[in-house]
Design a protein around this ligand. Sequence first.
Ligand code: ADP
Length: 160
Amino acid sequence: MRRAIYPGSFDPMTSGHVNIIERALEISDHLIVAVARNISKTAMFSVDERMEMIEEHFGDNPKLTVASFEGLLVDFAADNDCQAVIRGLRAIADFEYEYQMANMNRKLNDTIDTVFLMADPSNFYVSSRLVKEVAILGGDLHDVVPPTVRERLLDRVKSR
Ligand code: ADP
């Protein structure tokens, strides 16, 4: 696979996202992690903060670019010369939505295909939404987010 794009909210990036990014890097020449500027979702972190957290964790990796986008994913993917969209599949609950979206995207642009990576058993239960709830309720965040994200979550919860 040449160039791939991994879109999502990443509010914030979890260990599940990290696992998918690492595996996507193994099977692509270049990966764009693309943070969606989605106005319909109430976010804890700004798009810039979410991008910073991804960059902080992965450091300088010439195979990885962190970007943000709004509008149609397939347009952004085509503008950036990507042939594949990467998505992670956790549970049956993810499947229906992902199946619909993959087919709609293919209808919009049939030169771009979606590649699904199955969630690693060690973090298939991890979601950004649950991680934020655990942070707000003072639970242990080790293993579910990278250390840099954990620091930011604790700061954000303290300042609320
Ligand atoms: P979105 O709002 O687009 O669903 P998310 O940041 O929640 O954005 O998720 C982005 C992608 O990462 C989705 O394909 C989602 O299924 C996948 N993903 C999220 N958490 C995990 C996890 N723990 N393991 C594997 N894939 C995951």
